[in-house]
Design a protein around this ligand. Sequence first.
Ligand code: MYR
Length: 170
Amino acid sequence: MGENKDLFVLTYGALVAQLCKDYEKDEDVNKYLDKMGYGIGTRLVEDFLARSCVRRCHSYSEIIDIIAQVAFKMYLGITPSVVCHNSSRNEFSLILDKNPLAEFVEELPAGRSALCYCNLLCGVIRGALEMVHLATDVTFLQDRLKGDRVTEIGITFLKKLDEKKYKRKK
Ligand code: MYR
């Protein structure tokens, strides 16, 4: 995120605060953030592929590693660890010891206990992956802002990897 990181993080905080004023239900704020992130993700993926020069991946595990080690490093300056949850290797978690997007946030606002403060991230990942023809379900499974020890983002790939459909331009 470079020099603009703090400004971005503070602006994100202001956005969430405004959404909490606009929407009474936490679920609606979460949905809005996810949708907004999705739009960002669909555009960010091109920037990511151009700048990272990553090669075509051949498994979900490879893709998750690229997201954790290259994309998170590039955009958020952190490298989450990766956990795989099942033997068919389509359910993963990214474990974040710290979450730069919530750097200035101590706890969730009063009365907003179901808020997924960083839900934008889930949408970004989902949107980016959809652009390379990968349907995913992305949600927060743990959140330090909710008192959990770590922040955990769950990513489930919804279809079997079909090499023919899974294409990109280069
Ligand atoms: C391939 O085409 O085989 C590689 C595809 C890798 C897609 C990586 C998607 C990047 C997701 C960016 C998330 C950013 C979160 C901060």
